[in-house]
Every structure is written in C-alpha cells, then in structure tokens.
Design a protein around this ligand. Sequence first.
Ligand SMILES: Cc1cc2nc3c(=O)[nH]c(=O)nc-3n(C[C@H](O)[C@H](O)[C@H](O)COP(=O)(O)OP(=O)(O)OC[C@H]3O[C@@H](n4cnc5c(N)ncnc54)[C@H](O)[C@@H]3O)c2cc1C
Length: 405
Amino acid sequence: MTTVLENREELLKELFPEDVLKFSDELSDGELEFLRQLVELLETKYRKDLNDHWANATVPEGFFEDMGKLGYYTNPLLYEGREGAFGPSQHFQFMFAYTLARFDVSLNTLLGVHSGLGFNTFLFGGNKEQKEKYILPLATHELRTCFALTEPDHGSDVAWGLETEARQEGDKWILNGSKRWIGGANVADVIPVFARDAETGKPRAFIVRREQEGVDIDVIQNKIALKIVPNCDITLTNVEVLEEDRLENITRFRDIAKILYSTRAGVAYMATGAMAGALQATLKYVTEREQFGKKISNYQLVQEKLAMMQSNLTNAMALSARIAKLQEEGKYDEVATSIGKMSNALRLRETVAMGRGICGGNGILVENDIARFFGDAEAVFTYEGTHEINALVIGRAMTGVSAFN
Ligand SMILES: Cc1cc2nc3c(=O)[nH]c(=O)nc-3n(C[C@H](O)[C@H](O)[C@H](O)COP(=O)(O)OP(=O)(O)OC[C@H]3O[C@@H](n4cnc5c(N)ncnc54)[C@H](O)[C@@H]3O)c2cc1C
C-alpha cells in the first residue's frame, strides 16, 4: 500500500520551514513520512542531552541501533514507486543527511562513515561472497563498520604516501602500520584497512576485526569539533589477515578515489543541513534576546545577517539537490562532488560564524546549539578532502594540469 499523506502541505512547512525553494516538495509521501519519524525520534529521545554529549565527548546510547531500526536504507517507505531499486532515492539521501545534520553534525558523521565510506568500501571492493556476507548486515546495522585510510603522516597525500604495509605469506597477509582519525573504529565490528602491498607497492584493502591480536585502538581526545564522534588512532602490529578477507576489487588508487568521491556528495549534504541547524539556533536566539529594549530580531543589521545565512543555505540546497539528481541519473563525477563539498563547506563556515556572532557571548557556550555547529563546521571543512584538495581536483579538470605536487 502506498502512503498518502493528508496533511502533506502542513507537514512540509512544519518539517522544513527554511526550505524557501521547496526542494523538500520533491520527496514522495513515503519519504516525507520517514523523515517525520526521524525528526520525532531525534527531538523526543536525543535533543535533551545533545549538548551535554558534545561537551563531554560521549555518544548518545542507542543511536546507532535506533537508526538501524528506522531503516534509512531498508524501510519500505523509501521504496514506494521504486520497487526493486538497489537503494533509496538520491534526493531522499540528500534530505536525510540534511535533516540529521540539521539536528547534529556528529550524529550524521557517525552514520556517514558507516553507511557511506565504510559500506561503499565493501560494496565496491568486495567480491561476490564478501558482498553476500556483509552488505545486508551492514545495511541493517547488525554489523558496524568504519573506514581506515588516513595515517598520522599522510592525510591529503595518503594516495601517494600510504605507509601501512601488507606482506603476503602464503594464504595470509601481515599488516603493520598506523591509522589516524578513524571515526567509530572503537565500536566497529569490521574495519576496512587500506595498506600498500610490500611486494608490488599497489594499494590493498583488508577486513580487520577490532579484537584481533596486534590491533590497538585509542580514541583521540580534546577535539574542538565533532566531539560526539570517537575518532581513533589505530596501531597495527603484525596483524594477520586471511587472503579471503582481502577486499578483492581494490587494487588501484582509483578504486579508493571512487569510494571517496561517491560519498563526498554526502558531505555537501551534511554541510547544507549544518547551515540549517545554525540558522534555526540563531533564529531562536534573536526572538528571545532583548537589547536596547527590543528583541534583537528587530534590528536591520541582525536581519541582514539572517538573510545572508538563509541565502547561503538556499544556494547550498540548490547545489545539493542538483548533485543528488545527477547521482540518481548516474551522471555525477568527481568535479561535481568536489564543487559541492568545497562550496557548501565554505558557505557553512561563513554561516556558522555569522550565527555565532549574532548570539553574542552566549554563542560561545555549548548549552546554545550554535556553538556546536560553529565547532563542527571546522571538521566538515577539513575531512573528505580539504578545501584546497577539492580545489585542486576542480582546477585539474578546468586546466588539464595536476597541481597537487
Ligand atoms: C573529524 C575528522 C574525522 C575524520 N574521519 C576519518 C575517517 O573516518 N577515516 C579516514 O581515513 N580519515 C578520516 N579523517 C581524515 C581526513 O580525511 C584528513 O584530516 C584530511 O584528508 C586532511 O588530512 P590532514 O588532516 O592530515 O591534513 P594535511 O593533509 O596535513 O593538510 C594540512 C593543510 O595543508 C593543505 N594541503 C595539503 N596538500 C596541499 C597541496 N598539495 N596544495 C595546497 N594545500 C595543501 C591542506 O589543504 C590543509 O589545509 C578525518 C578527519 C577529521 C578531522
């Protein structure tokens, strides 16, 4: 039975009041109903302690399990009119990341590293048996994964400088090296680790288990952004992995790049949602705070900044929606996703700074949501390709010249 929402218009206004150009109108009734359930869950169960979790760098209990139950990949509501499709529509994926990031960027990141980078490593890199074994349990959250590429000495240049080494000995591989920043590695069941084949110098990917001998995981402390996300250092000392746990279809750096640029759009969506969250927090503040005898929302200089924030958001939504459409049609490329990520992250930084300024001194207190978005924007600016690295991807396509080194 297909969902028909009697109150569609009111629901759209209630859920997405900031969506001036009505991109949310393109959601099906089933998708909209799903997002309604998501917002209800987030607001009723997770809103109350959210800022405390950020301040204390703790993960809200049950969040990953709740998202699995909601089934953002498997829920029949997302397949109405697209029965037999491999996944939910790209437009839904945009609006889902948007809605979650509008609530909290850390929670969206936690999910994104599992269902985007990690999941796609299995999807693109796995052979038939590996896909049969892992794809469904990962999609339903029965199993949890992450993405272990970056190293302490190699971030932007990791494709060029990957140091973690894999040495083949008969039907097994011995892994040695270190990984840094790996989101959710401390709770992952299966960790895809990228390493360089000691013999051929070619990249490889391996399924490593958290509890395996030789695997040490430490959560990085004292971050000023995405504090809810446990980012980890992983040390691998003579870790043994069977050949059957090598992700067979990852043999070139182009294979890794494909995973990165397929999920980069997700970061563009996330940056858009974060702008909406910053705008919501700021709007709340200006309608409560009084100075010179009036609500600060009365002042032209404040309204100009609110209008700039709204305008940045609207531009980012338009860019995200177009990228989602191209992804749906299979026409996306790395230039489109790099532009989306670079541009939306840049606008996000500007938007949260304006919101933070409007909230005055209270804007630096974690108990006010704007402070959380302000901090988190810095991580979004840096991960999944820094501003400069995405600019170099775009510049290479424009000029035909690679200026990375
Ligand atoms: C919160 C967070 C979560 C993350 N999660 C993960 C994860 O789950 N898995 C994972 O594998 N990685 C993860 N990362 C790593 C992330 O992808 C890297 O931080 C990113 O690639 C940048 O690398 P770096 O931090 O080492 O900076 P560097 O590469 O050292 O860059 C430092 C500065 O130099 C600039 N720069 C570098 N090269 C050039 C150049 N050629 N031209 C111009 N400027 C240049 C950069 O743009 C940047 O401004 C995460 C990072 C963060 C902060």
